[in-house]
Design a protein around this ligand. Structure first.
Ligand code: GDP
Length: 352
């Protein structure tokens, strides 16, 4: 008998990669989608549905209370991946969505008598750590003063821990740091950069406007991170894990790598909101329509956040030690994959 998995927010980047991974492993996968959710991966979901008889999508309407108990009674999942769907920052636009809280899901599991058979993964996030500038984060982090829109997520985290300790349920949290891919929404800086620069090479845009170029982030590939989510549910006992690469780059470095992949050598001039990315050399025909001296990156104060974590280091060694997990994709390879996907799409749009 194949294992059955339930994934919430199948329309997101992680939901789509996790679905692909589990289908490859022979699982039957059920995904939940809410109408009104702006999908990151509509076409991926459609393709998966068209080509996999073991993949089912369950829709529910905006404002509708989804009957989780009924679904769990029907499909009796071995594993549930609750991928939280809302992003915290005002710049992200995945709303409107109604979260399925850890409490709701864990209670639904109990109400169906599945508490000793169904394993529960909760997608926690680095946002829980709050304003932890300069700290090194591992599983021992205390959540200090999270932003108000993250309070519900802190509650989810502790609910999963509480159900594990109180009811002996297999419930765990993955505290994931930034993970990107060509399926990332454009409200995140990586995708905004790869799409923006690809558009510029094809004459679809003139300049990419960004906020804090000095911000440091630990960026991994979402495809690597969903493997870790699966691994977390395959252990003898449930535990929480921090997931990150352990290596950080600045937004400016990400821009530089993406430009290079498009055949553009950039030089940054000026400081603060006056900083600009100027073309220093064109090294591939992809960027042949541009010329040396063109300003293609500039700072727009509208994208500078009033307060944020601009520097944090992460120690994911527990995941390496206990689960043998290590990210397989380097930042350079991630950039190449994202740029090439956006370049292909920009070329298509430029031809229209
Ligand atoms: P986050 O780590 O979840 O906030 O992921 P983001 O991709 O939204 O932001 C990563 C970093 O990029 C943050 O430090 C932002 O301040 C910085 N950043 C600089 N310019 C931009 C921009 O134009 N858009 C976004 N989303 N972030 C930007």
């Amino acid at each position: 008998m194949s294992k059955v998995a339930l994934i919430t927010d199948i329309a997101g980047q992680d939901g789509s990669y996790l679905t692909e991974l589990l289908l490859k492993k022979g699982y039957t996968v059920h995904g939940i989608i809410q109408h009104g959710r702006v999908p990151d991966t509509e076409s991926v979901c459609d393709d998966l549905q068209a080509n996999n008889p073991d993949f089912y999508i369950h829709h529910y309407g905006w404002g509708e209370i989804f009957d989780l108990g009924k679904l769990l009674a029907l499909i009796r999942p071995d594993e549930i991946y609750n991928l939280d769907i809302t992003s915290e920052t005002a710049t992200h636009s995945t709303l409107p969505v109604a979260r399925i809280s850890a409490l709701r899901m864990l209670e639904a599991i109990r109400s169906q008598g599945l508490e000793h058979t169904t394993r529960y993964y909760h997608a926690s996030s680095s946002a829980l750590c709050g304003l932890v500038n300069g700290m090194t984060i591992n599983e021992m982090v205390t959540f200090n003063l999270p932003p108000s829109d993250t309070v519900a997520r802190v509650s989810d985290f502790w609910t999963a821990v509480n159900y594990r300790e109180t009811f002996g349920m297999y419930a765990c949290n993955g505290i994931l740091f930034n993970h990107e891919s060509p399926r990332r929404s454009e409200s995140f800086v990586t995708r905004k950069i790869t799409r923006g620069l690809a558009n510029i090479t094809q004459g679809l845009e003139k300049c990419l406007y960004l906020g804090n170029l000095n911000a440091l982030r630990d960026w991994g590939h979402a495809r690597d991170y969903v493997k870790m989510q699966w691994l977390m549910l395959q252990q003898d006992k449930p535990e929480d894990f921090v997931i990150a690469t352990g290596v950080q780059f600045t937004v400016r470095q990400f821009v530089t790598f993406a430009a290079l992949e498009l055949g553009i050598k950039l030089r940054f001039v000026g400081k603060g909101i006056e900083e600009k990315g100027v073309i220093a050399a064109i090294i591939s025909p992809v960027a042949a329509a541009l010329k040396v001296g063109d300003v293609i990156v500039a700072v727009d104060p509208r994208y500078i956040r009033p307060s944020e974590v601009s520097k944090v280091s992460v120690n994911p060694s527990k995941a390496r030690r206990q689960l043998g997990w290590a990210p397989e994709t380097s930042l350079q390879d991630l950039v190449i994959e994202m740029v090439q996907a956006d370049l292909a799409s920009a070329k298509k749009r430029a031809r229209l």
